[in-house]
Design a protein around this ligand. Structure first.
Ligand code: ADP
Length: 481
């Protein structure tokens, strides 16, 4: 094996800045790839928390004019990650989250904020930093997606490029009159360039120019080439299907380990499953649910958005209650869903518990204390919560889409007989099928032997980054040849 050098480019990285699963991936993959002899340095925007976290910072590049202000690339490390931080106060020194201001609206200059990230990535990719010449530039999601385009329109030498789609729903579209400002030739505003339905399409550009495209599950890789799930990019993805593949995400098995988890009431493994009962009671106490360690507790940990299908769950609540189950919900997002679940919790105190907000310790307690974890998504590129659920012995109940289809083995009669079932799948995502799945879950749960077998099969599933990291390493090596 030869050591490879990769520049990973993303707007989020766990544990320093996170709004979703993207951060989990970009934060965990570098460590997993180190075991494959791939050295990853991650380029991230210089948000205040990133600059604060940086250890042994040193400025390695100054860019006098990055869209109206000076930018510096600062090398350093944080949380065990090798970082290049793009420090550009006029673009990133703001309160609020990485994409929106305190008013919840997108920053008006997001086009420039993330073009800057990609432009710096392209410069580093071309060797702007003495002693650092990556073989591969790996761009994650639309915020980094102009990197392959800048490399395409720039001078040689050019490293190989990988574009990973974590969620096709977020595409980054901006006004065409920005072409000159961004530094692209006018001719690049074309169907085979950056043009996308009358806008500049950042993700479109990445998909157009990257040497290889990956997404986060094999099923999602197929789904996004169809009209139904392609969100306008299916035509391009079909044209590039030979460059497209799906690599499943893993989870960080140091962060998500029921045997060492500091956030939960009792630690356990496959051999100490009864210890889970203490977590069930702690979860019930935390969310005001009736104390009953034997109850079927259905957990939900999710962004509240149309994608996640939680409106379906709201309409299926009467049925869920009929099965005798309890419901423990953690999430935030769409106001209608926040109110819907909060109201349901008030109306059915003791049976439905809900915490609206972002709460990592509670997410761990739900995984450790709930009997099942429900993910009724309409589409799901990979999904991480069901992977954590497998590890924690919370039986995943999922819509059979995207990565949910690839990671959960439905407990059909045959799967149970072969002792390979790990959860419950339903399709298509809709109220009727969800209700049927809840009934099936209750039936499976009523047989303790079957249920324990499901839990143990799930807990034995390898949901770590080891296998995915090997797949990425193979891809990088193939490209570097
Ligand atoms: P997405 O990235 O689409 O939101 P994923 O399942 O890929 O969905 O990743 C979601 C990640 O965010 C998981 O690590 C999950 O535990 C976490 N998460 C989601 N909502 C919350 C919340 N309200 N509180 C704590 N963690 C959350």
């Amino acid at each position: 094996m030869t050591g490879l050098r990769v520049l990973s480019v993303a707007s989020e990285i766990y544990p320093i800045v996170k709004t979703g699963g993207l951060a989990d991936v970009t934060g965990a993959l570098p460590r997993a790839l180190a075991a494959e002899d791939v050295a990853v340095t991650s380029l991230v925007p210089g948000y205040a928390p990133v600059l604060r976290a940086l250890v042994a910072p040193s400025t390695v590049l100054t860019i006098p004019d990055m869209f109206g202000g000076e930018a510096r690339v600062i090398a350093g490390s944080a949380a065990g990650l090798d970082l290049f931080v793009l420090d550009a106060p006029h673009l990133y020194a703001r309160s609020g989250n990485p994409y929106t201001g305190p008013d919840g609206l997108d920053w008006p200059d997001n086009a420039l904020r993330f073009a800057a990230l990609a432009r710096a990535a392209a410069a580093i990719g071309r060797g702007a930093l003495p002693g650092f010449m990556p073989e591969v530039v790996h761009a994650h999601d639309w915020q980094a997606a102009l990197a392959p385009a800048y490399l395409h329109y720039g001078r040689e030498p050019r490293p190989a490029t990988v574009m990973t789609v974590h969620n096709l729903a977020f595409q980054g579209q901006f006004a065409p009159n920005l072409m000159a400002t961004l530094g692209f030739p006018a001719t690049a505003y074309a169907v085979d360039g950056l043009e996308y339905y009358g806008t500049i399409g950042y993700l479109k550009a990445g998909l157009q120019f990257a040497d290889r495209i990956t997404t986060v599950s094999p099923t999602y890789a197929v789904e996004i080439t169809t009209k139904e799930a392609g969100m306008g990019l299916d035509g391009l993805l079909r044209a590039r299907v030979r460059a497209l593949s799906g690599i499943l995400n893993g989870i960080d098995d140091r962060v998500w380990n029921p045997a060492t988890d500091e956030y939960i009431a009792a630690r356990y493994g496959t051999s100490r499953l009864p210890a889970r009962a203490a977590n069930t009671l702690a979860l019930q106490a935390r969310l005001g649910l009736r104390q009953d360690a034997a109850a079927l507790v259905i957990g939900v940990i999710s962004r509240f958005s149309w994608q996640k299908g939680l409106d379906l769950l709201l309409t299926a609540l009467p049925h869920l209650l009929e099965t005798g189950a309890q419901l423990a919900v953690l999430g935030a997002g769409d106001e209608a869903l926040e109110t819907g679940f909060a109201d349901a919790a008030k109306a059915h105190a003791g049976r439905i518990g809900c915490y609206v907000g972002y709460d990592e310790p509670l997410a761990h307690l739900i995984q450790a204390g709930a009997s099942a974890l429900l993910v009724p998504s309409r589409f799901e590129p990979c999904g991480l919560t069901q992977l954590c659920a497998l590890r924690y012995g919370a039986v995943p109940v999922v819509a059979r889409v995207g990565g949910l289809a690839d990671t959960v083995i439905d407990a059909s009669e045959m799967a149970l007989a072969a002792r390979v079932g790990t959860g419950v799948q339903f399709a298509p995502p809709g109220q009727e099928m969800l209700e049927a799945a809840l009934s099936r879950t209750a039936a499976l749960h009523s047989d303790p032997t079957v249920w324990k077998r499901l839990q143990k099969s799930g807990m034995r599933t390898d949901v770590s980054w080891r296998r995915p990291a090997r797949r990425y390493a193979d891809l990088y090596r193939e490209l570097a040849r």
